[in-house]
Design a protein around this ligand. Structure first.
Ligand SMILES: [Zn+2]
Length: 147
């Protein structure tokens, strides 16, 4: 009765893709955190290098990618498991990142960006985790005999 062993059924393609996008988003958030910290530290010791890193284009590109990945991964996650928390946390994170972009005036904008990036990473982590639990439940449901 091998077909009644739900534990060995791999998650559906859709759920694997959600996890991959979440991991990408978390990686992007980590990169930006490193970038922000480096900007602050370099600006303190070497103004010219700090200026190159502080170029708002980095955050404009990062914000655009983060929004796209967030919309797809968190949107799909919500459609799959109806947990509103990742959407709310991720939305707040993106809003903070947006505030950081609007007011590009040094430390306050970097602080807003870093807080937003951390929130966004947490949202994707929760999204990936809930998606994983969901995949297990789906596997169990699929393994159950029917008709
Ligand atoms: Zn950054």
């Amino acid at each position: 009765m091998a077909s009644l062993h739900p534990d060995i059924i791999p998650p559906a393609d859709e759920e694997v893709r959600i996890g991959r996008l979440d991991r990408m988003a978390i990686g992007l958030s980590s990169l930006c955190l490193v970038h922000c910290i480096a900007t602050v530290m370099l600006t303190a010791v070497l103004a010219s290098a700090g200026a190159a890193l502080a170029n708002p284009a980095w955050h404009e590109i990062g914000f655009t990618v983060a929004m796209l990945i967030g919309a797809v991964a968190l949107g799909r996650g919500y459609a799959a498991h109806r947990d509103r928390a990742p959407l709310l946390i991720g939305g707040a994170g993106l809003a903070l990142m947006g505030v950081g972009l609007l007011r590009a005036e040094g430390l306050p904008e970097i602080a807003a960006t870093m807080a937003g990036v951390v929130l966004l990473a947490l949202a994707h982590r929760r999204n990936a985790h809930v998606g994983h639990v969901h995949a297990h439940r789906r596997g169990l449901a699929r393994g159950a005999p029917h008709a």
